[in-house]
Design a protein around this ligand. Structure first.
Ligand code: FES
Length: 168
């Protein structure tokens, strides 16, 4: 077989190459928007340091924990919803502290001075869990770690809360 004949493309090969190329191009055209839609929320920049105002003036924060409810926007992929969250906000040694009221045992809601036998403590009615005023769990009660704490910032005299984090 001559060298020239070896490199000739048959009609069948030409059609195969052409149809494969066109098919691949069309498939890429159809799939790329789908891939982009699926990945876009995950690739979007998220600012984890978002703080939101809870509608409480810095001057109104006392040493007595007060329960404040506030709405946060929750983004889940393409779906955005509002959720009401709560925090006990108070001053301790001059610093503003914001504690989650969710008991770290099994998730019930604790109350400040929720039991008259334990003044100056957070009390969980579900299994008698108790926490010190700074949120530290009291040994011998069911919770094994302190109440979670929010990041706090004061902007223009108003208390803003950020991410919530576990302690200890
Ligand atoms: S849920 Fe609070 S003590 Fe069990």
């Amino acid at each position: 077989m001559s060298e020239e004949r070896k490199h000739r493309v048959s009609r069948r090969q030409f059609l195969t190459y052409t149809l494969t190329g066109v098919g691949g191009f069309m498939a890429a055209g159809m799939l790329s928007p789908m891939v982009r839609m699926a990945l876009d929320p995950a690739l979007e920049d998220t600012d984890d340091s978002d703080f939101i105002s809870i509608g409480l003036s810095e001057d109104d924060v006392t040493e007595e924990p007060q329960l404040v409810n506030f709405d946060v926007e929750i983004e889940d992929g393409w779906y955005t919803s509002e959720q009401t969250q709560s925090a006990y906000v108070f001053r301790q040694d001059g610093e503003i502290l914001a504690l989650s009221p969710i008991c770290t045992h099994l998730g019930c809601t604790v109350g400040w001075e929720g039991n008259q036998d334990y003044p100056d403590q957070f009390y969980c009615p579900c299994h008698h869990g108790r926490f010190e005023p700074d949120g530290t769990n009291i040994q011998g009660t069911p919770p094994t770690r302190p109440l979670d704490v929010y990041e706090v910032e004061v902007r223009d005299g108003m208390v803003h809360l950020g991410n919530i984090r576990e302690r200890g």
